[in-house]
Design a protein around this ligand. Structure first.
Ligand code: NDP
Length: 294
């Protein structure tokens, strides 16, 4: 029987969403309108459609005024840029999220760069990435910020801890490493070319797995007592033909060694949307100058 604490991302996300709902209502009372989030979905990618519907539902529950712009898969880069510019200019829109991936005819970097950095609630704009790296206030990508919130719920102090982030994407790995560095962790960023991944994980007090390879990180890689945050969401087919979501960490093994661990599902996943709502709330307050009552 393991003594590891299971970090309940679902519960933390629910309480964050409830808090955002209260604060969004207070914003609406002061501003005469709800905080506004514009979500743009191009094409019919089924996973993206599911994410966008979940964002729509969560926004409504949290008193965030959501508009979803659904565009056909044949949309050109110019057409999407025109929509982004219109949303930048719309004073009732506080946050803009363009759902990725985009169809191949559209350059995602160009679209992200066109979003007003003050409305970039996904935190992907190079200005916001630069602000994060420079220790300036800006918008931080939702998934790594959600991971940091879960870590801070569990650890009173992160300073001085050894952390490894496995994965170096702009969306998860790199911003996660910046956040941990800002908390004064000693950070290793590992990736597909890392020579000694086992060694990097084995010496770490905090392991963030953001790889996209099912159960890559085994239980015997984990330092006893370490905190494991599993960002991975991998759908695998079981022998009976059913499918199941699993993480990048072999959970059943790691839970025997770790001090605390996030499950998949129910760990990091629910935090992402909750932080998106929170980022939109913050954007609305910054734009209007209304103070956010923390
Ligand atoms: P990417 O595919 O963009 O990045 C994956 C990273 O993992 C890359 O840096 C890659 O290295 C590295 N990598 C791949 N294979 C290995 C390996 N064998 N050993 C070490 N490193 C490896 O993925 P994302 O960052 O977008 O997502 C990562 C995971 O997180 C996915 O499972 C995704 O579904 C999930 N995710 C979950 C979210 C949530 O809300 N919970 C949100 C976003 C993502 P290299 O750079 O060298 O190629």
């Amino acid at each position: 029987m393991s003594d590891a604490k299971i970090i309940d991302g679902k519960a933390t996300a629910l309480s964050l969403r409830a808090r955002v709902a209260e604060q969004a209502q207070a914003f609406a009372d002061a501003a005469g309108r709800l905080p506004g989030l514009a979500v743009v979905l191009v094409g019919e990618d089924p996973a993206s459609a599911v994410y966008v519907r979940a964002k729509e539902r969560a926004s409504a529950e949290a008193h965030i005024g959501g508009t979803v712009h659904r565009l056909p898969a044949t949309t050109t880069q110019e057409e999407l840029l025109a929509l982004v510019r219109a949303l930048n200019a719309d004073t009732t829109v506080d946050g803009i999220l363009v759902q990725l991936p985009l169809p191949p005819q559209i350059d995602a970097h160009a679209i992200i760069a066109a979003i007003d950095p003050e409305k970039d609630v996904d935190g992907f704009h190079p200005i916001n990435a630069g602000r994060l790296a420079s220790g300036l206030p800006g918008f931080v990508p939702c998934t790594p910020l959600g991971c940091l919130m879960l870590l801070k719920d569990y650890h009173d102090h992160l300073a001085g801890l050894e952390a490894v982030v496995v994965g170096r994407s702009n969306i998860v790995g790199k911003p996660m490493a910046q956040l941990l560095l800002a908390e004064s962790c000693t950070v290793t960023i590992a990736h597909s070319r890392t020579r000694d991944l086992f060694g990097a994980v084995r010496r770490s007090d905090i392991v963030i797995a953001a790889v996209g390879v099912p159960e890559l990180i085994r239980g015997d890689w984990i330092k006893p007592g370490a905190t494991v945050i599993d960002v991975g969401i991998n759908r695998v087919t079981l022998p009976d033909g059913k499918t199941k979501l699993i993480g990048d960490v072999a959970y059943d093994e790691a839970i025997e060694v770790a001090g605390a661990i996030t499950p998949v599902p129910g760990g990091v996943g629910p935090m992402t949307i909750a932080v998106l709502l929170r980022n939109t709330l913050v954007a609305a307050h910054r734009k209007t100058g209304i103070a956010l009552d923390e």
